[in-house]
Design a protein around this ligand. Structure first.
Ligand SMILES: Nc1nc2c(ncn2[C@@H]2O[C@H](COP(=O)(O)OP(=O)(O)OP(=O)(O)O)[C@@H](O)[C@H]2O)c(=O)[nH]1
Ligand SMILES: [Mg+2]
Length: 505
């Protein structure tokens, strides 16, 4: 079955119809009228039990919020504990019968599995539940997330990215389905292919063509964005990306820090388009005040990597950022699991590279004084020099702490250097003042002496004027622009290593 066929009709929700239940979306009875009914199914795998991950019940709770966000009404939930999934139907035959009676009793026609199903499992289950004749659909968590993406994408790029993700999801399923049919009919051959197979083959080719087209379109936008980003970098403005679990309050923090007005909604995956805005730091650490802040797409547990990969603009912003602001919903009982999930996805997309993070525990206004104390107590346990703050994007409490933590993280990226800049290079002294922190300035006979901390790219560009510079110490013959003192060092790897004060390999 094609992924498109999974997509339920998008249904607009009136704000007044939303009632808040903790931080999860719950709908009133009037809002539920006419919605597509669904039943969710979760499996607690014993192999998964030992890992530190969401329990089956927690994951199903999240699946319920996803189903509601997609415009469905949850009428039943079925759970099973298994050593391993059953090959043909994922769950045991007893559970299949149980679900069948829930479907018959409630009139629901959609069954949503919390785990990814193979195409064969999906087909077998659909057949067990009455098949297409009865209008039964069996979908998995990925298809549900794709559906929400399809409903929420706004910009052209967002829509292209979602389309790419949907076709990526469809292709392996179609291909496998096609192979399966080929085997059934005795391995193809002229005149032996049934009409179904021919159609699938055509579908597969169409999808491949569509994928190429979409990738090309996205690449064109990407080129434009890369140009914009290098222009930003030339200005020397630090890049800060806001990342985090879906619904943690990233867009709200983005708005609070930058006075922008992006949509912040109590729904999962409200943001599917990255947005960048200029923000001004209060300057308590005498840093240059302007930073570029980017709001990104949220992450979620069990999000397939190729689905994350579809959101290239998010990936690029994260990869390019000097500092990540990791927003966590402090009021969510699963906050630590959500934080770890985000860290896991970040490690995957950054290929193990560590970026300085500011952990922003948000929604403090929803916590009791005692719970705030518990959250703060957890700060102490974290290792390293990660900055951690407890804030409320709603009431703006703790926002100064957040700014300060961000300044601290950006300051940590600076290199302490001593310059002696000739008097005829006065504009460089101004630039050091603008982009760095000057501790001491003296007018000497050979020029202006500056004891300061500056961003690594500036330290490198002005190395000819550094008094503390030892030839070869942080020089890389292969680094592009290494000898062009007047040019911005374009090579990212080189720049990042310098920024981390690590020797260049
Ligand atoms: N009470 C309270 N609610 C908040 C706070 N920050 C955000 N929210 C609410 O939490 C919900 C999600 O906020 P968003 O800013 O859209 O979250 P997000 O992380 O951008 O979500 P996605 O883009 O969907 O991943 C909205 O209903 C916000 O009003 C806060 O500090 N306190
Ligand atoms: Mg958002």
């Amino acid at each position: 079955m094609a992924a498109d066929a999974y997509l339920p009709q998008g249904m607009e929700l009136d704000r007044s119809e939303r009632i808040h239940y903790g931080t999860q979306v719950r709908l009133s009875q009037t809002a539920l009228k006419g919605r597509e009914k669904c039943v969710t199914v979760g499996v607690q795998l014993k192999s998964r039990g030992k890992q530190e991950s969401f329990t089956c019940a927690q994951s199903l709770d999240e699946l319920a919020a996803l189903a509601e966000t997609a415009g469905m009404q949850l009428v039943g939930t079925v759970m099973q504990a298994l050593d391993a999934p059953i090959a043909s139907t994922y769950i045991g035959s007893g559970k299949v019968s149980e679900i069948l009676s829930v479907l018959q009793g409630t009139g629901a026609k959609t069954v949503i599995f919390d785990d990814e199903l193979s195409p064969a499992q999906q087909r077998n289950l659909e057949r067990c539940f009455g098949g297409e004749a009865k209008g039964i659909k069996v979908i998995d968590r990925t298809a549900l997330i794709l559906d929400i993406f399809a409903q929420h994408a706004m910009t052209r790029e967002g829509k292209l990215q979602v389309e790419l993700a949907i076709y990526n999801y469809r292709l392996p399923r179609l291909t496998r389905m096609w192979k399966h049919l080929e085997r059934q009919s005795g391995a193809g051959g002229v005149g032996l292919r049934g009409p179904g197979e021919t159609q699938l083959e055509v579908d597969r080719r169409l999808i491949e063509k569509k994928l190429t087209y979409l990738k090309r379109q996205i690449d064109a936008i990407k080129t434009h964005r890369t140009r914009q980003r290098s222009a930003r970098k030339r200005l020397g403005v630090p890049l800060v990306a806001i990342v985090g679990y879906t619904n943690a309050g990233k867009s709200s923090i983005f708005n609070a820090l930058s006075s922008a007005h992006v949509m912040a909604e109590d729904m999962l995956f409200a943001t599917l388009d990255t947005k960048t805005s200029i923000a001004e730091l209060p300057g308590s650490l005498r840093l240059q005040p302007n930073i570029l802040l980017t709001d990104t797409v949220g992450f979620i547990s069990k999000l397939p990597t190729n689905l994350v990969a579809a959101f290239r603009s998010t990936l690029e912003e994260v990869a390019e950022a000097d500092v990540l602001v990791h927003v966590i919903d402090a009021s969510n009982p699963c906050r630590e699991l959500q934080r770890k999930t985000v860290d896991r996805i970040l490690a995957e997309i950054l290929d193990g590279e560590q970026k300085p993070q500011v952990l922003v525990y948000n929604k403090a206004d929803l916590l009791s004084v005692e719970d705030q104390r518990v959250v703060r107590a957890q700060f102490v346990k974290k290792q390293g020099d990660t900055q951690q703050v407890l804030v409320s994007a709603k009431t703006h409490s703790g926002l100064e702490d957040c700014f300060f933590a961000l300044e601290q993280a950006l300051r940590d990226l600076m290199m302490p250097v001593d310059f002696l800049i000739p008097f005829d290079q006065g504009q460089l002294v101004t630039e050091v003042h603008e982009r760095g922190i000057v501790e001491k300035m003296e007018h000497r006979s050979a020029g202006t002496f500056l004891e300061c901390s500056v961003p690594a790219d500036l330290a490198f560009r002005l190395k000819a004027y550094r008094l503390d510079y030892v030839e070869g110490e942080d020089e890389d013959e292969d680094a592009p622009g290494a000898h062009d003192v007047g040019d911005v060092v374009e090579d990212e790897r080189y720049w990042k290593q310098l920024a981390k004060k690590r020797p260049v390999l």
